[in-house]
Design a protein around this ligand. Sequence first.
Ligand code: FEO
Length: 400
Amino acid sequence: MDTPEEPLEIAEGVYWVGVIDWNLRDFHGYETPRGGTYNAYLIVDEKITLIDTVKASFADEMIERISRIVDPAKIDYIVANHVEMDHSSALPRVMEVAPNSKIFATERGKTGLNEYYAESGCSGWNFETVKTGDELNTGKRTLMFIEAVMLHWPDSMQTYLKEDNILFSNDAFGQHIATSRRFDDQVEDVMEDAAIYFANILMPFTSRILKHLETVGKLGLQIDMIAPSHGVIWRNDPQRIIDAYAKWASGTSEQKVLVIYDTMWGSTEMMAKAIAEGVRASGTEVVLFHLRKNDWSMLIRELMECRVFALGSPTMHNGMFFTMGGFLTYLKGLRPKDKKVSFFGSYGWGGGAIRQMKEALKNTKMEFVEDPLKVKFRPEKEDLEDCRLLGIKLGEIARS
Ligand code: FEO
């Protein structure tokens, strides 16, 4: 097998044994232009412990990597921090190789693994359920478990290696980057990748994140390294990613307006550009996003830190354009905080796009501001002036 990446010793006796998914371009809909990794870690002590596994398609690659350090059949403990398939679907293969190992998971983790792998013989697996503060001695080392409910699934958990001050944080603090580098100080723009990841994976759980950071703070852990299950390991002042999470979870907003739209024959785009010009004229930064010409993951990252946005759609078949429907479904699920939104769009005869866009965001915490702007067929000069004035108002709202 061609496995060029060697296992990497990240601390004495602690190894990265994950896999790099160079060709990952879509992580359940989240676009990942830089690829990704599924990180697993091996702790070699009197007992051999594997922390998380990888996607099933990479199982043998991970096992081969482990075999360069120890005989995989000698794995004593497996910590399953999270049920989602990118970290657990190689578990049945690992259990074939090391059938006597004991699996540590939260109660919900055990339930989820049983539900996922019922046909893989998991009823015969030896589980031990754990909760926050429980410890596992591996010989000279101690692992402490920290539940991380809804970061980002109910079963999620983190594991802290006490003697080495390493937090195996699972999904939290991850980034989707495929790289032969393993540490944050070796990769450019890692904080930006972490922000994109936060916006698209963790934004719905900001209250939980703040609570979790408080819990970890109360535990008084010295954290010298954060080893997530995706991307590079934070060893260069890991507090900076903790602080970034606290900032993003608090909903801190930039003074910027996004104009997000799609267009059929250019009328809604003319409106979008006139609104953008108004925002610019007001002295506020503005960014335009055409929904079929931009990566939505990046759009969501921009939206995370901006308070005001305008949504524009032409009317098609009496409703909003289909891309806007998909985008608003995605956006609503991410539950962004403290957002103000305005609507615009062109129509030919019946209209309906604005009504549907407002309907889609009803019952969210997003506040509708300013009257929607509708234009029949093609905007005239005065219509574009109305758009420009709307842009000025949105720019002023963003700065207020
Ligand atoms: Fe990386 Fe929730 O899985």
